[in-house]
Each structure stands twice: as C-alpha cells, then as structure tokens.
Ligand binder design. Structure first.
Ligand SMILES: Nc1ncnc2c1ncn2[C@@H]1O[C@H](COP(=O)(O)OP(=O)(O)O)[C@@H](O)[C@H]1O
Ligand SMILES: [Mg+2]
Length: 333
C-alpha cells in the first residue's frame, strides 16, 4: 500500500475585502469608516493523497482552487483545519518544506522576464543548492521533454505564453521535488501547447513517481491526465473519486449512434428516443436510459432487426456532467 503524503483536514480560508468607495466623500469614508466584506474562499475541505498519485482539481473561476494550492504550498495559512504534507506543516515550516515541493502558477511567471530561462535556472540552482550532476541531468531531460531547445537562451519576455509556461514548469522541477502543484498550467494556451504540457506532466508522474495536484477549469486536462478528480465549487468539495465512476454512476442516459444500410420506416423499440444526426439521413441517435434498458440487449435488438452498417456507443459528455454537478442538478457524494 502506498503511503498518504498529503493530508488535509477541514481547511477553511476567508478573505476580508475592504469595499472601496469613490469620490471625495467616499475617500473620507474609506479612511474613517471602512466597510468590509468577507469571502469564504475555501470552506471546510478535506482530502488525502497518496505518494505518486496524480489528482485533478476542477472547478469554475473563483471556486477556491488557487487559494487551496496557496495553502498547500505554505504561501497562505488556513484559518482553521490542518495540513500535513510529507511530515511538514507548510506555512509553519516553510523553509524546510519548500525544498520538497514545486509550484507552477499558470497566471503568474516565476522566472525573470529579463533573463533567458537558462539564466534563471542558474539562479535557481544556486538558491536550492542543486548539485551539478543533478542540475545537468535535469536541464538536459526537461529541455528535451518540453522541447525547449529553440528558446532556452532567449529572454523570457520574447517567448509565447506556451513556451513561457514550459520554461516555468522546468524551473519548478529543477530541484527534483517529490510533490508538485500545478495551478492552471494550461490557461490561455493553444491546443498543441496544452497537449505538450499534459503529456509531459503525465509522463513525469509515471516515471518519477511524483505526487501531483493539477488544478484546471478545463475538463480536457483532467480527462487526459488524471484518474482521480476532486470537484470544488464555491469553496466546497463536491466530489472526490474517479472520472469513470462519475461517468457510470451519474449518467444513466446514453446514446448509441447507428448508421443504417437501409433506413427503416420506423424504429420500434420501447423506451428509446430516436433523433437525427445532423443532415445525414442514414445516421440516427438512439437515446436510452441504462436503468430501463441494457446497452447489450439494445445493441443486439438493433443489429438483429435492422440493416445496420455501423454502430457505436457515445461516451457521455463529461463537460455536461460536470456542469450539472456545479448547478446542483446531480448530487454526488
Ligand atoms: N487575496 C484575496 N483577497 C480577497 N479575495 C480573494 C483573494 N484571493 C482570492 N479571493 C477570492 O476567493 C475566491 C476564490 O478564489 P481563487 O482561489 O482564486 O479561485 P480559483 O483559483 O478557483 O479561480 C474568489 O471569490 C476570489 O475573488
Ligand atoms: Mg485560480
């Protein structure tokens, strides 16, 4: 059995926001009678993560993902609750703790805009006292895997967002941390760039057994990289489990796409709904409820009684499911 390496119990974080009023009277009020608002960004969240596990954190904007990552990395302290990561209490033992972790914030570059990535890496080597051999090995490996040869010597300000993000990821991994937090590493990046980042993260988790948390609001990120996901919204944890379990447990309606050799006058099967597929007359969607009718029996009914050229079961649209979960249409436990 793998050991628990991240243990988070009932953490909450509330931000105090000062309401800013404008105009002369407002300016005076700001000074003498400041008004405050409170925002509970993280509301009683708990979870455990085992060594080498890769967990996707998904939630819409403002859900509390970054606040959670900041507490996990020791940048912010929780108002209540406990965090224990690899034996450390992050915000209390920050100095010793950070040697064990890497953090990547998609919204904010960690490396200097004026230097080239390679120059920044030299600085990081010095700060973290990374031994020569390890440094060299890591630089070589990350340059290759993240395809950075072309821009490793260019000032960061000249790089595209995708290149900059890859350079940032390498920076966070140079000291070979055993735990890495990625906070929206794919935000704003084009499809090809996203793929590079996803496959790198995935392969690193496999080969180096690094424990990872990957936050995103892009479901594709999770589908392609993580088996386990934690869904958060409005500071609360809504779901913790596998993606497959969501698909099979929470969606009972499925769709079969059938292409007919010859179109029947009528498709007469109880408990199914037949609809058109775009303008293609020979193709039909057959929607049914898995609690009323089994996939296999429906498939054989179709194949035995109709003249079918091609048939396939469509995967449930995970984006739609997640959005139903956010809206409270599906209650998960
Ligand atoms: N430093 C801060 N001061 C005040 N409010 C904040 C601060 N950081 C985050 N918030 C608020 O907390 C909530 C959660 O934010 P955040 O953790 O950044 O969400 P996410 O990363 O999921 O988009 C939001 O309502 C945000 O406006
Ligand atoms: Mg965020």
């Amino acid at each position: 059995m793998r050991k628990t390496i991240i243990d988070v119990q009932n953490i909450s974080k509330t931000f105090k926001i000062t309401k800013r009023k404008t105009g002369f009277k407002g300016a005076l009020a700001n000074i003498f009678h400041p008004e405050h608002e409170y925002k509970k960004a993280v509301n009683d969240i708990s979870f455990n993560i085992k060594e080498g596990e890769m967990v996707g954190f998904i939630g819409p904007n403002g859900a509390g993902k970054s606040t959670t990552v900041k507490m996990l990395s020791g940048i912010l302290y929780p108002d209540s609750g406990n965090i224990n990561i690899a034996g450390y209490i992050p915000h209390k033992q920050r100095k010793e703790y950070v040697a064990n972790i890497g953090v990547v914030f998609g919204q904010k570059s960690q490396i200097s805009w004026d230097l080239s990535p390679l120059d920044s890496y030299e600085v990081i080597k010095h700060i973290y006292k990374i031994p020569d051999k390890k440094y060299k090995e890591n630089i070589e490996r990350f340059t290759e895997l993240l395809d950075m040869q072309k821009f490793i010597n260019q000032p960061v300000r000249q790089l595209s967002l995708g290149q900059r993000m890859r350079a940032d990821i390498a920076a966070a991994l140079l000291h070979s941390p055993k735990i890495v937090f990625f906070d929206e590493p794919t935000i704003g990046i084009d499809v090809v760039g996203k793929e590079k980042i996803r496959s790198f993260i995935k392969s690193l988790n496999k080969t180096d057994n690094i424990t990872m948390i990957f936050t995103t609001h892009d479901m594709q990120d999770i589908e392609k990289t993580c088996e386990r996901l934690i869904i958060i919204d409005d500071g609360k944890k809504l779901y913790d489990g596998s993606l497959d379990a969501i698909k099979s447990n929470y969606v009972s309606s499925r769709i079969i796409e059938a292409e007919f050799e010859q179109l029947p006058e009528k498709i007469d099967i109880p408990d199914v709904t037949v609809s058109d597929v775009d303008k293609n007359r020979m193709k039909k969607f057959i929607t049914f409820d898995t609690s009323k009718i089994g996939i296999n029996s429906l498939m054989s009914t179709l194949l035995n009684n109709y003249n079918i050229k091609d048939i396939s079961v469509k995967e449930p649209e995970i984006d739609a499911i997640i959005s139903d979960i956010y809206q409270g249409k599906i209650i998960v436990h």
